[in-house]
Design a protein. Structure first.
Length: 352
């Protein structure tokens, strides 16, 4: 631990790097030029507040990496008048060839980069926005759990040589009844298989409840108008609309359309050297769920919107179908932003 208080200047800005873990946090405090403190402390707000209280009268800024610990520490720091930056780990500058990684080094690096102004920040949603977003994320988790359960049921049927014609998409009530009528002739196996069926049925009920909750949220004053606007787009239903609104929230926070495209990961990668410029695939950084949703909606859109169909066909000839539909998805995303900013519904071109 190093304390160099004798080198401090009154009212000098302090930069705080915090490396978070479940039990312990490593904290580094420095000025622009000098490290004042670097030590491991108990992983609580009270312990951190006690350390910061040693430097009264100094303007402070703090940083920690986004992830498991969410935004509670950010909110605590801001409430105490300390601006806090939550930075994406993937965008923290790395030292080439440095293979040593420790909590102390991570904390010191965060404090140093914060002082130099070299860190990016993630958007921090309000508490209400976090709670609303969890509605759609919980539904997504339940759907994934049900898909896993379906896979387990199909695997057991194959393992025991039972062949059934499986319906496309969600299993029908008739197909579920067929599964319940399967008999293995062995009590232990039958009971075990029944647990899988019960799990599938339970998850289906939970998904229906969460979908209903999502519908109720969409009818609140905060979302109702925006839901109506986005649902005017062919291929965008209620669930897709709420996925977009709850993950993006206020699109006006993206000052330029390109920032929104980059946030969702629909910006082409670029490799440039001298006078050569190569545009590659999309970066894929950002919201996987939203990209998939937009691509799926784009297939419906090009069957309804002639102008979008013509754009798709032009790009397909030059770059192939996959890149063409991704380009349509990017265009659709940027149109959504403009629609929400202007409060205007989607207008399909009139047939010739």
């Amino acid at each position: 631990m190093r304390r160099l208080k004798e080198k401090m200047v009154d009212k000098e800005d302090l930069f705080i790097g915090i490396d978070l873990h479940k039990q312990r946090w490593h904290v580094t405090i420095r000025t622009f030029d000098v490290e004042l403190f670097s030590a491991s402390i108990p992983g609580t707000w009270e312990a951190l507040h006690g350390v910061l209280a040693r430097y009264p009268g100094h303007p402070m800024q703090a940083v920690y990496e986004a992830g498991y610990f969410g935004f509670r520490l950010h909110d605590r720091l801001v409430a105490h008048g300390i601006p806090c930056l939550v930075t994406p780990p993937s965008l923290v500058p790395q030292e080439y060839g440095n293979r040593v990684k420790t909590d102390r080094r991570d904390s010191r690096k965060l404090a140093h980069l914060l002082a130099k102004g070299l860190l990016k920040r993630v958007w921090v949603p309000s508490e209400e926005e976090l709670y609303h977003r969890q509605v759609v994320r919980r539904r997504r988790q339940l759907v994934r759990d049900r898909v896993r359960t379906q896979s387990r049921i199909k695997a057991e049927l194959r393992f025991y040589g039972i062949h059934l014609e499986e319906p496309r998409g969600r299993w029908t009530q008739m197909y579920c009844e067929t599964l319940r009528r399967i008999r293995f002739g062995n009590r232990w196996m039958q009971e075990s298989f029944n647990r899988l069926l019960e799990q599938y049925e339970f998850l289906s009920v939970q998904i229906d409840k969460q979908t209903k909750l999502l519908g109720e949220l969409s009818e609140t004053a905060l979302y109702q108008k925006r839901v109506e606007i986005l649902q005017s787009i062919p291929g965008i239903g209620l669930i897709s609309t709420m996925e977009l609104l709850l993950e993006l929230q206020d699109v006006s926070r993206f000052r330029r359309a390109e920032q929104l495209a980059a946030y969702v990961g629909l910006t082409p990668s670029q490799y440039s050297s001298a006078d050569k410029v190569h545009m590659g695939r999309i970066t894929g950084i950002g919201k996987n769920t939203l990209r998939s949703l937009l691509v799926e909606a784009s297939w419906t859109l090009i069957s309804k919107d002639q102008a979008m169909r013509e754009k798709y066909d032009r790009i397909k000839i030059r770059s192939g179908g996959k890149r063409a539909i991704v380009a349509i998805a990017r265009t659709l995303l940027l149109r959504m932003r403009r629609m929400l900013l202007d409060g205007q519904a989607y207008v399909l071109p009139r047939a010739a």
